[in-house]
Write a protein that binds this ligand. Structure first.
Ligand SMILES: NC(=O)c1ccc[n+]([C@@H]2O[C@H](COP(=O)([O-])OP(=O)(O)OC[C@H]3O[C@@H](n4cnc5c(N)ncnc54)[C@H](O)[C@@H]3O)[C@@H](O)[C@H]2O)c1
Length: 256
């Protein structure tokens, strides 16, 4: 699907991978809604690209429903949805302090997995009302964001890995559900990308340790390289129901 003149939603669009995807989609002529918990950063990003900033907590169903209504009323129904909002947590299932707090597990799953599902279910329902835009009958496309931790999570990452494995697991059935409407669903599983989240979660030393186990190129991915992949998925209609590892050949070991 051509990106030009389409309406796009990017959750987590105020920072990191989402922010560069906002820039890339806007550069290709999309009208972009930047949906983020961080309202100030979302406004800055939306101003940069002439887009729309909408505050949302993807873990809160009322907030997601309100944000979708705002986008629909101010821009129209989106054909492109990138779900990049996410949080991390580093914690073992048990340690000397006791069990992994259940509310922390639920918080990560609610943001990363339930939030992604919620945006997909509402946005896809809107998308089905649109006319197709390609000769294949394509109406729209979702790009969800997992992580390589969803496949091989290191120590202290049960909650995050579970949330991302959920995003990986729902890719194919969601694509199958939406196929009759000409809507595609793809997931990107990034390795290490240089963003505020990655650096905050690992610390300087942990970040450098991660880089040392990357085969080639031996560096963190640039958010612009993630954005390039997201745009390619939108533009290449043969990509559907699959998860793409974007990780320079990285495979996680036991520890970070
Ligand atoms: N950076 C990496 O190395 C890496 C690797 C694998 C996966 N990922 C995934 O990529 C996605 C983007 O991460 P990033 O590295 O760009 O992080 P980031 O912290 O730079 O950006 C994440 C954005 O999501 C927003 N957000 C957080 N909770 C939210 C909520 N409840 N509702 C709405 N917005 C919320 C934040 O405000 C922030 O703007 C995440 O899902 C992350 O798990 C990142």
């Amino acid at each position: 699907m051509e990106i030009k003149d389409q309406i796009a939603i990017v959750t987590g669009g105020a920072s990191g991978l989402g922010a560069d995807t906002v820039r890339a989609l806007a550069a290709k002529g999309a009208k972009v809604a930047v949906l983020d918990l961080n309202e100030d950063l979302a406004k800055t990003m939306a101003d940069e690209v002439g887009g729309l900033a909408v505050k949302v907590d993807v873990a809160n169903a009322d907030s997601v429903a309100a944000a979708m209504t705002t986008v629909r009323e101010k821009l129209g129904v989106a054909r492109i949805v990138i779900n990049a909002a996410g949080i991390g947590i580093g914690r073992k299932i048990t340690n000397r302090k006791g069990p992994h707090p259940l509310d922390e597990f639920l918080r990560v799953v609610n943001v990363n997995l339930t939030g992604t599902f919620d945006v997909c279910r509402l946005a896809s329902t809107d998308m089905t009302t649109l006319e197709p835009v390609t000769e294949d009958g394509e109406r729209g496309v979702f790009v969800n964001v997992a992580s390589i931790f969803g496949y091989d999570g290191p120590v202290g990452n049960t909650a995050y890995a579970a949330s991302k494995a959920g995003v990986i697991g729902m890719t194919l059935p969601m694509a199958r559900d939406l196929a009759p409407y000409g809507i595609r669903v793809m997931t990107i599983a990034p390795g290490v990308f240089d963003t505020p989240l990655a650096r905050a979660e690992t610390g300087e030393e942990g970040f450098n340790r991660l880089l040392s186990i990357i085969p080639f190129p031996k560096r963190a991915g640039k958010p612009s390289e993630f954005a390039q992949m997201a745009c390619h998925i939108v533009e290449n209609s043969m990509l559907n129901g699959e998860v793409i590892r974007l990780d320079a050949g990285m495979r996680m070991g036991l520890i970070l």
